[in-house]
Design a protein around this ligand. Structure first.
Ligand code: ZN
Length: 467
């Protein structure tokens, strides 16, 4: 066999979700991420499709971070024969565990409720993509945590280094050193990149010199608003709502965003920008678990946040309630005024936030504050787009609460930050992934073209020779 290095993309190819990349070096095969496709029926079908490679042939899986669209198909990979090692940071391992278990639980529940029955035409019943048992078994394949900035041997001819990506707790970009016996090549995978300068986490480490770069392009066409303006807007929303006797509902993603918002609320009360009397509820079992995992991984924090940690609990508030039990959650329903409720899901497609919306959306005194991305077709998007009524649990609810859409909290780098990450190191080629083809991805391709940098937008399962 001739020495040969090859790359192929098996998810997030000309789209945002389902991240999965395969690198082959002679007969050794390494995956970077194995995420779930998200966003509707067609995406759901894609999760059931074959991977485009044999899971049993993979020597190792390197995981950039714990978001579902990066780790959500790992239990399927294991179920279909993967027996290699899973390498990632300690924080990602801990977070991926709750994300995969939650996903498995949701899938089993959907099948129990028969929602997926008949979705493939004449097939009467449907199996979950994977079960809780599969997700638990997947944890057996996780190797010891990989520290940032250390080179580790992955398999014959392949070494890896995890670099801080500043996106969510434990997130990493991954540098691969590949040696096929004839030539050495290097590839850096951005993973998802955070916006530099956000609190708690360190900013992304710039991409190292590497022959090839594979970069996400979620916001390849956008520039973000400044973060301090957004935090001030959040404070104003809370102050005004509390003053007029309403509640604030904040739909939040459980990983990172929930902890960030808690931290801002903590700072707001500490600095006198918010009344200390506010009752803050973190009403999401997954967000509560994620917050506990946060406390266990100080190795991921920036210096400012470490300094705050030494002075006390940076999430503390005079009236903070973690409501894990359903009963405790229901008790929030009786509060008419002064409650700030953080609940999932971020796009209001499921979870406890829908109960709080049902109880507060019709009240003029209350507010709903959107701090994250709302994809088309979701309840969050319908509310943001100004629907006069929305259906929640089969009931038409009038939208009379004050709505706030605060855009500066993004967990993804904007175009300027993506280009800054790439830097000026010479590259043989830049591969663009994880973006909407018509917007972020094409905009980045044009931008790179203008800078004289060769780029390519890989198609799904397209084999690409790394020479
Ligand atoms: Zn992510």
């Amino acid at each position: 066999m001739n020495p040969r290095i090859e790359y192929s993309c098996h998810g997030a190819a000309r789209q945002v979700t389902g991240s999965c990349h395969l690198v082959t070096c002679n007969d050794r095969r390494v995956l970077i991420d194995c995420g779930m496709f998200q966003g509707g029926r067609e995406q759901d079908e894609a999760n059931y499709a074959p991977f485009g490679f044999d899971p049993a042939s993979i020597d190792a899986l390197l995981l950039t971070h714990a978001h579902l669209d990066h780790c959500g198909r790992i239990p399927k990979l294991v179920r279909e024969g993967f027996k290699g090692r899973i390498l990632t940071t300690g924080a990602t391992r801990d977070l991926a565990r709750i994300v995969m278990l939650d996903s498995a639980g949701l899938q089993e529940e959907e099948v129990r409720r028969g929602r997926r029955r008949g979705r493939r035409g004449d097939e009467p019943a449907f199996e979950p993509l994977y079960t809780l048992d599969d997700a638990l078994h997947t944890m057996d394949f996780f190797a010891d945590p990989v520290p940032y900035d250390q080179t580790v041997a992955v398999t014959d001819g392949i070494q890896a280094r995890f670099l801080d990506a500043g996106h969510i707790l434990g997130s990493a970009s991954i540098l691969l050193q590949l040696d096929d016996g004839k030539q050495q090549r290097s590839m850096v995978f951005s993973g998802d990149l955070g916006d530099p300068g956000r609190p708690i986490l360190r900013s992304p480490a710039p991409a190292p010199a590497a022959d090839y770069a594979v970069i996400e392009t979620t916001y390849g066409n956008r520039q973000h608003r400044s973060l301090p303006d957004s935090v001030d807007e959040l404070y104003r929303a809370v102050r005004e709502t509390v003053a007029r006797g309403g509640n604030v509902v904040i739909p939040t993603f459980a990983l990172e965003r929930a902890q960030e918002v808690l931290y801002y609320l903590h700072q707001g009360v500490r600095d006198g920008k918010l009344p200390p009397s506010i009752q803050v509820f973190l009403d999401s079992p997954m967000a509560i678990s994620a917050t506990e995992i946060f406390r266990r991984h100080p190795e991921c924090f920036d210096d400012a946040f470490l300094g705050e940690l030494r002075q006390g609990d940076p999430f503390a508030l005079p009236h903070l309630h973690f409501t894990r039990d359903t009963g405790e959650s229901m008790a929030i329903n009786s509060i008419e005024s002064g409650a700030v409720i953080l609940a999932g899901s971020g796009m209001c497609t499921g979870g406890r936030v829908r109960h709080h919306l049902k109880l507060n959306l019709w009240r003029e005194k209350s507010s709903v504050v959107f701090v994250g991305y709302a994809a088309e077709g979701t309840l969050a998007r319908r509310i943001v787009d100004g629907a006069p009524t929305v259906k929640i649990f089969g009931e038409e609810i009038r939208v009379r609460a004050q709505l706030w859409t605060i855009n500066g909290f993004s967990a993804h780098a904007d175009q300027t930050s993506l280009l800054a990450w790439l830097g000026t190191s010479p590259r043989r080629k830049v591969f663009l992934v994880h973006g909407e083809y018509q917007s972020g991805m094409r905009a980045m391709a044009e931008k790179l073209d203008g800078l004289g940098i060769a780029s390519h937008m890989p198609g799904m399962n397209e084999p690409i020779l790394i020479d």
